[in-house]
Design a protein around this ligand. Structure first.
Ligand SMILES: Cc1cc2nc3c(=O)[nH]c(=O)nc-3n(C[C@H](O)[C@H](O)[C@H](O)COP(=O)(O)OP(=O)(O)OC[C@H]3O[C@@H](n4cnc5c(N)ncnc54)[C@H](O)[C@@H]3O)c2cc1C
Length: 366
């Protein structure tokens, strides 16, 4: 068998989909670590998704749905079943304007940033602040991707899914997706039930750029005219690159899964307790209006104030030199090392601040 694995057709009535064996997953993830997939298939159409699911079922293989691999930690042993990479392409604006919006249908396999670029070029507002986020269109509803004051839940019109429960294709409205901060039914109550095939976004033609976040406002300080969508997109990409949150070839801080911890959402008593603990140390909680309105506190602040500086690390893993929340693979890291660093940070933050930091990336094969 070649290094790339054996190829065999899944179904043979039409052009067959290629099923591969023992495919390394590390190159298919932004973290670039972890073991192989026992079986691997790439689906370019909804029909191929259905066929791949049928194959996994017939062989009783556990199924993992892969998008752009930018929010994953794959176990060193890899995935024992079938990895189905959703590669459905296409970005189609629908004709006409409805309630002041243009609808765009995007295949789940489209790279997300290509979709954002497309929207910005078409002068349609709503996703410009989400520029530079890696991964696929299909990955965005899963954790309700957000940055710089925008979240995809604000623009998602519907999500077309293949339902593994009854093998039907259906369309979910935003309410059915249960979007909240970094969460939806896809990563909570209905985890593993749906394969996302297509997402429809409702964008505002001729709309203004969303400039709520402090970093963005600072970037345009002193400017007299309002930045347009393209300028906002460039600014976001620029700020992200400075923070190691844009994947740039050759940047050692780029091999990561982005922010490793979610900003904790606290209850009022928890927030008061945190303030007391901070005051006892002569510290004041930082004020971030965008976080506070949702009762969130900065996970980066908690990590820093627990003794973890940028650049901290051991072995082949560390904290990014540009961003306290990103754990990076410095080259040749194992998933075990990543988990050890994650747990070290979680234990220390909990010990000092009484807060459990929830990790953001999906753990695959653990
Ligand atoms: C440098 C960097 C910066 C980042 N910045 C941000 C940020 O600012 N904001 C933010 O929210 N996230 C950010 N992320 C995280 C990540 O990019 C997003 O979560 C992204 O949407 C994940 O999409 P993906 O296609 O890569 O999904 P994957 O990593 O492949 O998968 C993630 C989860 O989604 C599921 N999934 C993926 N595709 C499908 C599908 N078609 N159907 C069903 N389930 C699917 C997978 O099964 C898995 O559970 C960042 C990551 C990196 C590496």
């Amino acid at each position: 068998m070649s290094r790339l694995g054996r190829l065999m057709p899944v179904y043979s009535k039409r052009a067959p989909m290629l099923l591969q064996e023992n495919i390394p997953l590390a190159p298919l993830t932004t973290f670039r670590l972890g073991g192989p997939a026992r079986f691997f298939v790439e689906a370019k159409t909804p029909r191929e998704v259905e066929e791949a699911v049928a194959f996994a079922r017939s062989k009783k293989l556990p199924l993992f749905v892969l998008g752009g691999g930018s929010n994953l930690v794959v176990a060193d042993a890899g995935w024992p079943g079938l990895v189905l990479k959703v590669a459905i392409p296409g970005i189609e604006p629908r004709a006409g304007i409805r309630d002041g919006k243009v609808l765009f249908d995007a295949g789940a396999g489209e790279p997300w940033d290509r979709f954002v670029s497309h929207a910005v070029m078409a002068q349609c507002a709503g996703v410009e602040c989400l520029s530079g986020i890696p991964g696929s269109v299909g990955g965005t509803p899963v954790q309700n991707v957000g940055a710089y004051g925008q979240e995809v839940s604000q623009t998602i019109e519907s999500v077309e899914v293949f339902d593994l429960q009854d093998s039907q294709v259906r369309e979910l409205c935003p309410e059915a997706c249960g979007f909240t901060y970094r969460s939806s039914i896809f990563n909570t109550t209905e985890r593993g039930r749906f394969v996302i095939l297509r997402v429809t976004y409702a964008l505002t033609p001729g709309g203004e750029a969303h400039l709520e976040y402090a970093d963005l406002k600072r970037h345009f300080e002193g400017r007299e005219t309002r930045p347009n969508l393209a300028e906002t997109r460039e600014a976001v990409r620029h700020i992200r690159a400075r923070k190691g949150m844009l994947i740039v070839a050759g940047d050692p801080d780029s091999q990561s899964a982005g922010s490793f911890f979610k900003n904790p959402v606290l209850s009022e008593p928890q927030h008061q307790d945190l303030q007391k603990r901070a005051a006892a140390k002569g510290l004041a909680l930082p004020s971030y209006p965008a976080l506070e309105k949702n009762h969130k506190v900065s996970a980066a602040w908690l990590v820093e104030k627990s003794g973890f500086a940028r650049g901290y690390g051991f072995g082949h893993v560390g904290i990014s030199s540009k961003h306290t929340l990103a754990i990076v693979n410095r080259g040749g890291a194992s998933a075990v090392e990543v988990v050890a660093l994650k747990e070290q940070i979680q234990h220390r933050v909990e010990e000092i601040w009484g807060i459990h930091l929830e990790s953001e990336p999906v753990m695959v094969g653990f």
